[in-house]
Design a protein around this ligand. Structure first.
Ligand code: ZN
Length: 688
């Protein structure tokens, strides 16, 4: 439930204080540790030729000593290896183990002079690191091997990669990163298979020695991650989300997003959330320490979203100790409340789909802008709307994975196979609802454009040929149904508006016959300069900019424009209301929890064995969108209404952060209560 990672540096042995670390593990109630063992540097008396021992080892066994200390405290221990780099003697003895660039040169390490980058797909990993792995498990009987940077450091043109790729495909290695190139596609599939082969090899060798242990790759993530998360989730008994802190512009909910993305592939299997205590920027201040509130909020958002916390520290000699009490306090709270943190399932009824194939084959080199920015925009909108939600992998759209949700969101999930479109159609036939944006289903699974949307029948709209990639100064007209004199509920909160801003890109669509009174219509772009010319040339059209439909018991909302991506860029409140309303209208049922009050909260709702919890993570902060918190600003009191699972009754309700027992009003299947000010995090725990 609580992980501690100490990554030793080469000169730690003999200099750092292992007793301090073991005591810190104890004080933090860490029940599992990840400790540096081998690879780049061995921290134990290895007998494997070319496995470089720390020059400070001096007859010591720092890894073995830490393992023994952890075992005395009954901790689970996994060993960390890192095979991505090697020293000169390795290069001299086995030049073919070193990665080669496109020009045929051996790759020197980008950060460490004198070291070399190794090839991940050849004998260095398959033979040498297999021997290292075997030796560590045999000598220390660890519970697992966790391998960092095991999948290579970019494209490799070494003799093994060239030969093996040719043997497998009959082709020479690709010279382009363009995913439309068939050679590139073949390489993507071959590399993935090679890494899964390596995974299987290491796992098999580990289990031969310790059947209860396993190989744990440092891998996984969302749409931009490279190994298929469906396949990863099927193989891994446990995984760790290695997103250590914010980088660039990244709100603190990004850690919770990792949790959701990993869970989409992993299901109920445990996922640890690796957080570091320093800043994560390209300049790599690896010994830095962030402000306490920043460390806390990042870790708390992960915990609220189901991650088991894992702190990681590089270097056994501490140059800055300010993080120690922060993590100790957080872990002590986690330990005290552990029974309410052993989640069995999320009770969220909404899920957002993510798609690695869309990022890979439709997004290509621009996947961050073309794919991920849509997801981030809808994610931010759901956070602001306080709608608990999960994420779903696009290759897991079968009933077992999606029927627990009432609404699936497709934020520009452009690349979908016919089979995937069929699964979505079946989901709606079974009563599910969908919300989709922009080019969703307009491409097949390889990123080839279709003549029409794969989901045209559900959208009630067809592709009319053409995309406005960049609209300048375009608007949306809010329409009233002339028959009823009313507006569609998707426009709730915009009663006083006649028109709002449009997005930036739109797909030309043709409405299915019979689609009348669209809630939003297009006001086309008109000049934005000179100012004398800024007046609408066409004040009204009948071109729908949202399609809303009832399909049996299901509901469908389709925005043929980049509302989610524009929201991420511009954060216009009118777009937020549409994004929120679309989900609420599509859900058409009472949500599992409603939290009312000022501020921005990440709300999650969970079921444990005999309890239910609602987490409120207070993101209200002037630093929210980047996350460099100076201090917590308490969110004022919040009204909370919880819908209890059918047939259950609340025995006891408590607040796990403040320790208060709130006054609860019991309704029919509901609880209503007020949560006093939330400093950083509150958990409403309901014993059932
Ligand atoms: Zn290679």
């Amino acid at each position: 439930m609580r992980w501690a990672q100490l990554t030793l540096v080469e000169n730690d042995p003999g200099q750092y204080d292992p007793r301090f670390w073991l005591d810190y593990f104890r004080r933090t109630h860490s029940d599992a540790a990840c400790l540096s063992a081998g690879g780049c540097v061995a921290y134990y008396p290895t007998k494997i030729p070319l496995h470089y021992r720390s020059a400070w080892l001096d007859g010591l066994d720092p890894f073995g000593d830490l393992v023994a200390g952890c075992r005395k405290m009954d901790m689970v221990v996994i060993a960390r290896t890192d095979p991505h780099a090697a020293r000169q003697d390795v290069c001299d003895a086995h030049p073919d183990w070193i990665a080669v660039d496109a020009d045929g040169h051996k790759r020197r390490h980008w950060a460490m002079p004198g070291w070399w980058v190794t090839c991940a797909l050849g004998p260095y990993n398959f033979e040498f690191m297999t021997a290292v792995t075997r030796e560590i498990v045999s000598m220390y009987h660890v519970d697992g091997i966790f391998t960092n940077r095991w999948a290579g450091s970019g494209m490799c043109y070494c003799e093994h990669c060239r030969r093996n790729f040719r043997a497998a495909t009959g082709m020479d290695l690709p010279r382009t990163a363009d995913p439309r190139d068939p050679v590139r596609r073949a390489y993507i599939a071959w590399r993935e298979q090679r890494l899964f082969d390596l995974w299987r090899l290491w796992d098999t060798e580990i289990r031969k020695i310790n059947p209860a242990a396993c190989f744990i790759p440092n891998t996984g993530g969302g749409a931009l991650s490279d190994l298929d998360m469906r396949a990863v989730g099927a193989r891994a008994p446990i995984l760790f989300a290695d997103r250590q802190a914010r980088s660039g512009l990244m709100p603190p909910w990004a850690n919770g997003k990792n949790a959701k993305e990993f869970r989409a592939g992993m299901g109920h299997k445990p996922v640890g959330g690796i957080f570091s205590v320093g800043v994560e920027e390209p300049y790599r201040w690896k010994d830095s320490v962030q402000n306490g509130p920043e460390i806390r909020l990042w870790a708390l958002d992960g915990i609220a979203n189901g991650l088991r916390p894992w702190f990681t520290k590089f270097c056994g000699v501490l140059h800055d100790r300010r993080w120690l009490p922060v993590v100790e306090e957080l872990y002590a709270w986690h330990y005290r409340n552990e029974r309410y943190l052993r989640n069995q399932e999320s009770l969220a009824r909404v899920a957002m789909v993510y798609s690695q194939q869309t990022a890979r084959y439709y997004g290509g080199a621009r996947a961050r802008q073309k794919v991920e920015d849509h997801t981030l925009g809808y994610y931010q909108a759901l956070i602001e709307a306080r709608i608990p939600f999960e994420m779903v992998h696009d290759r897991l759209l079968d009933p077992a994975h999606v029927d627990r949700f009432k609404v699936l969101i497709f934020p520009n999930i452009a690349a979908m196979s016919d089979a995937q479109c069929g699964q979505v159609r079946d989901y709606v036939t079974r009563g599910g609802s969908i919300v989709a944006t922009y080019e969703t289903s307009l491409y097949d699974e390889w990123g080839a454009q279709r003549a029409d949307f794969g989901l045209a029948d559900l959208f009630g709209a067809s592709y009319a040929g053409g995309i406005d990639a960049r609209m300048q100064n375009s608007y949306l007209r809010l329409e009233t149904d002339p028959a009823t004199g009313r507006r569609h509920p998707i426009l709730a909160g915009l009663e006083d508006a006649q028109r709002i801003i449009n997005g930036v890109s739109r797909v030309h669509t043709q409405a299915a016959p019979g689609y009348r009174n669209p809630p939003l219509t297009l006001i086309p772009s008109y000049p934005d300069l000179p100012m004398e010319e800024v007046f609408p040339r066409v004040p009204k059209t009948d071109i729908p900019e949202v399609f809303v439909r009832q399909v049996g018991q299901g509901r469908v909302v389709y925005f043929p424009w980049d509302i989610d991506r524009t929201f991420w860029e511009v954060l216009a409140v009118d777009h937020w209301k549409l994004l929120r309303n679309a989900v609420e209208w599509a859900a058409h049922e009472p949500p599992p929890v409603v939290v009312t009050g000022p501020g921005t909260l990440d709300v999650t709702v969970w079921r444990q064995k005999n309890s239910l919890t609602v987490h409120l993570v207070n993101l209200t902060n002037p630093m929210m969108m980047k996350g460099p918190l100076r201090e917590f600003l308490p969110a004022p009191a919040q009204q909370v209404r919880i819908t209890l699972p059918a047939g259950s009754k609340a025995k006891k309700v408590q607040l796990l952060a403040s320790g208060l027992i709130p006054r609860v009003i019991e309704g029919i299947g509901t609880l209503t209560l007020t949560v006093p000010a939330v400093l950083d995090h509150e958990v409403i725990a309901v014993d059932l």
